[in-house]
Design a binder for this molecule. Structure first.
Ligand code: DGY
Length: 324
């Protein structure tokens, strides 16, 4: 029997690509250049499975390509706001993602950004690298203490909970969270001695650090806007490891310039990788290039999760991580 044909849109860790090649008729993307809309359409017409990442806009236009052969899109990532999920559903396409395996690594990056922003680590490193460090002084680069402060999490899914654990048990932080609908299990709330806030506004007013953990997409677009940034404390820091478009960048730049908040730690950006150049001029912005899940272990685990999902699909079973 012929092996199913699989197109992988970006380079994956070598051991996962090797595993895919053993199982399928695979087209890899040796150049690692993101595929164009036409290339994605062609892949949907010629492959049984298309394996995508956050950098592939799988729009209605792409999905509406005629004579599609692909029946499954295996997203390498937990977020899938790059895929027009309604259109995929309407077409009966199966879409899977890679939850669980990246929770800790993404929470680690959120904690890293929180610490870097609070303690002005980027600014300090720039000073050392520029040869401008003239020695210790009692008042140089004073930041904010993290231990014992209040962390407010917007969204309280697995990644937020992993961050809350690190913050609460590692740094003695008080945990606030806001979720619009679902109710987290009581034992999780109790373990973290966490407090649920009735509104985002309520959380913003109380938190020393605000970390975003909601999915991207229309429902959360620019959730953090000028009005909400103004509710944060002038000593507070905003951390975003979720999706860039959850924050109104123009408003955030204003907030950082005018001191409405003390700092921001950002791993994701509106229109990334083309971030607003104003961010580069701000000493109180810590900027990372979407590194949330970027560890060898996690990226390999994500690839293995995609392999498991498409394996289940081709075996006629329901994939474990089906989102459409
Ligand atoms: C995720 O898994 O959602 C990461 O942000 C990469 O897409």
């Amino acid at each position: 029997m012929n092996k199913p044909k699989v197109v992988v849109t970006r380079r994956w860790p070598a051991e996962v690509e090797t595993q895919l090649q053993a199982l399928y008729d695979v087209q890899l993307n040796e150049s690692d250049v993101p595929m164009s809309a036409d290339e994605l359409k062609h892949a949907l017409q010629t492959a049984d499975a298309l394996l995508t990442t956050v950098t592939d806009p799988i729009t209605a236009d792409v999905l509406n390509t005629p004579n599609k052969r692909a029946r499954i899109i295996g997203q390498f990532g937990v977020g899938y706001n790059n895929i027009d999920i309604q259109t995929a559903k309407a077409q009966g396409l199966t879409v899977t993602n890679t939850p669980h395996v990246l929770d800790d690594c993404t929470a680690d990056i959120a904690m890293l950004l929180l610490l870097m922003s609070a303690r002005r680590a980027s600014e300090a490193e720039r000073m050392v690298r520029a040869g401008q460090w003239t020695g210790w002084t009692p008042t140089q680069l004073l930041g904010q203490k993290v231990t014992g402060k209040t962390l407010g999490l917007i969204g309280f899914g697995r990644i937020a909970q992993a961050m809350a654990k690190k913050a609460h048990y590692g740094f003695g932080m008080n945990i606030l969270f806001y979720v619009p609908r679902s109710t987290p299990e009581q034992h999780i709330i109790d373990d973290l001695q966490a407090t649920r806030c009735a509104s985002i506004e309520d959380l913003l007013a109380q938190a020393d650090f605000v970390s975003l953990h909601c999915p991207g997409g229309e429902a959360t677009k620019r959730l953090i806007n000028e009005t909400r940034l103004k509710l944060m404390r002038p000593t507070a820091h905003l951390i975003n490891t979720a999706r860039g478009d959850v924050v109104d960048s123009e408003a955030l730049i204003k907030a950082l310039k005018e001191g409405w908040i003390a700092g921001a730690g950002l791993d994701v950006f509106e229109g990334e990788p083309h971030l607003d150049p104003e961010f580069l001029t701000l000493d109180n912005a810590t900027l990372l290039p979407h590194l949330g899940s970027a560890s060898h272990e996690t990226r390999t685990a994500m690839g293995n999760r995609v392999i498991a999902n498409i394996g289940e699909f081709f075996a006629g079973r329901e994939p474990s991580d089906r989102v459409a």
